[in-house]
Design a binder for this molecule. Structure first.
Ligand SMILES: [Zn+2]
Length: 554
């Protein structure tokens, strides 16, 4: 027997896995194998991967026994190991693995494990009795766990097993997305399907060149490229006959847009976007991105991250311009009336048999509020180009100084920012930890009911978890800043790339310009991307100059 207060540096763990009759029935019905032996093991091993203090000494499997049978052989063997002092830690997928009556009786979980000083981890229930908090709440959790509908339990677990697969970057969809196919070696991995992949790349290229989804769809149809649905048919993936060609589906703006917004092409696997909220509601819910499973670099990308983000920005902007036009003007969707803030609209007129375009304030055009702010399109483009070129030049100059300084200013700026964020997040964690203590006291004094306690405490836990995650992120970022100087120069590279810009292209505009404001008398103000970074850097260089540390200044 071991005292629970004893400090143990290494745990000898038994992994306990059980497939019950109920699981089997479930499996057949839902066609998933969430509780299969291998899935339970996978989840536990995944969880233990980074826990260096836990050594697995045995894996005990009870296959096909019902939860009502107390004499399950593997469970008994595990208990023997515990009594012999060979095992001081038990890891299960969730408490229900022990069977309902074990928990109801509380004999093992509530009494025997603590008595033998056994650390218990129930991965999906978030229980680890080594942490004091969990140990305190543990008894309550156990008692509450099975008051609830058993159905709910199974439903949650089915989903969490799918989650593990997704987290591992395994593709769980029914069909590989256009441009990819399932690897022959590993069915859960995506590999490039050459022909459609080249089409996807063309679609992105055309979008970057200023084409609209509509124009792209037309171009694909005209050149006889099979739509994703037709391609799938031609490959015989979906239809056994392979001759179901009557309803010939064509490329549409929607298909093109779907491809342009699918992160899978940038190498990220985003899954679990649509889920059923719980076992009661069977309707589909679209999850916010942070609730989805995103695995970066899970497969070979077709498009660079950068291009993908750029296309995203372009699409957002296109919604503000006419969707019927196949090509968009370089500044479309970016212009704003400097005085009233409404968008500028494009108009055309004919002068000496020549058509020309101009922009005017939308408020003025429609309601005759504000004033016209009329400006010819070509004059506006020339002006913006000149302003842009000047700005690019000053970034180029800054880069020269920066290189001489070995990027020092950059690191200082970013480190300072990161330190501030670090403090903030740490403060937040402290705050919620205090709240947790107060809440616990309230529960003891019966100000808060046990159920409310569990619910609120869970919320605090989640906040703390999220904060700890960002803490890790910030620390990683700081580490990177101290040891590497390439990343923070990315915005500079954005501008450097266009240092020989001669005409105003849509791509350059979208990549470098945030907004163009037009005032009366054809006064134009351009708001650049990364302007804060620019200002900060300029300020820092000026400080160094004032302090006499550098001789030249822009
Ligand atoms: Zn206006």
């Amino acid at each position: 027997m071991r005292s629970t207060d004893q400090v143990i540096s290494e745990y000898h763990a038994a992994v306990y896995v059980r497939l019950s009759k109920e699981d089997e029935d479930m499996t057949r019905r839902r066609k998933t194998e969430s509780n299969s032996i291998s899935n339970q093991k996978e989840l536990i091993f995944d969880f233990l991967k980074n826990k260096s203090d836990i050594k697995i000494v045995s894996v005990r499997i009870d296959d096909g026994y019902t939860g009502t049978n107390y004499d399950r052989p593997a469970f008994q063997l595990m208990m023997d190991d515990i009594k012999a002092g060979l095992v001081n830690c038990v890891v299960v997928k969730d408490l229900s693995r022990f069977g309902r009556e074990y928990i109801d009786a509380g004999k093992y979980i509530d009494r025997l494990f603590p008595f033998y000083g056994v650390r218990l981890i129930a991965v999906n229930d978030g229980i680890d009795t080594i942490t004091k908090d969990t140990a305190d709440e543990f008894g309550i959790t156990v008692r509450n766990l099975f008051n609830d509908n058993y159905c709910r339990d199974i439903s949650i677990k089915t989903r969490s097993s799918l989650k593990v697969k997704r987290r591992n970057g395994e593709y769980t969809g029914a069909f590989a997305p256009y441009g990819y196919m399932r690897s022959e070696k590993d069915h859960n991995r995506l590999v490039i399907d050459e022909y459609p992949a080249s089409i996807v790349q063309d679609i992105f290229k055309w979008k970057l060149a200023g084409m609209n989804p509509n124009g792209i769809a037309n171009k694909l149809n005209e050149t006889g490229v099979l739509s994703p649905a037709e391609y799938k048919r031609s490959q015989g993936l979906n239809y056994k006959s392979g001759f179901k060609m009557k309803s010939n589906s064509m490329w549409t703006a929607v298909t093109v847009r779907r491809i342009l917004t699918n992160e899978i092409y940038a190498g990220n696997l985003v899954q679990g976007v649509r889920t059923t909220p719980n076992y009661k509601l069977k309707t589909l819910k679209v999850n916010a991105r942070e609730d989805c499973s995103v695995v970066e670099e899970s497969h070979e990308p077709l498009i660079s991250r950068k291009s993908f983000e750029l296309v995203g920005r372009l699409l957002l902007m296109d919604t503000r311009t006419s969707p019927k036009e196949e090509y968009v003007f370089p500044l479309a969707g970016m212009m704003e009336c400097g005085d009233c803030g409404s968008p500028m609209v494009k108009k055309s007129s004919v002068c000496r048999n020549k058509m020309y375009f101009y922009y005017m304030c939308k408020e003025y055009k429609e309601k005759h509020i504000c004033s016209s702010h009329r400006m010819p399109a070509d004059q506006l483009e020339r002006t913006v180009l000149a302003i842009l070129q000047k700005h690019i030049q000053s970034v180029v100059d800054m880069n020269v100084i920066l290189n001489e300084l070995g990027n020092l200013p950059f690191r200082q700026i970013h480190l300072k920012k990161a330190e501030e964020r670090l403090k903030q997040v740490e403060g937040e964690i402290d705050r919620y930890r205090n709240l947790k203590i107060l809440l616990y006291e309230d529960m003891k004094e019966e100000i808060v009911s046990k159920n409310d306690y569990l619910e609120i405490n869970q919320q605090y836990e989640e906040r703390i978890g999220a904060a700890q995650k960002s803490l890790l992120q910030i620390k990683k970022e700081m580490d990177r800043l101290l040891h590497n100087t390439t990343e923070e120069q990315l915005w500079i590279q954005d501008f450097m790339k266009y240092r020989n810009l001669k005409t105003l292209t849509r791509t350059a505009v979208v990549e470098l310009i945030e907004k163009v404001r037009i005032y009366e008398e054809k006064k134009v103000v351009v708001e650049f991307c990364h302007f804060q970074d620019y200002e900060q850097l300029a300020g820092y260089i000026k400080e160094l100059y004032d302090a006499g540390e550098i001789k030249e200044v822009i």
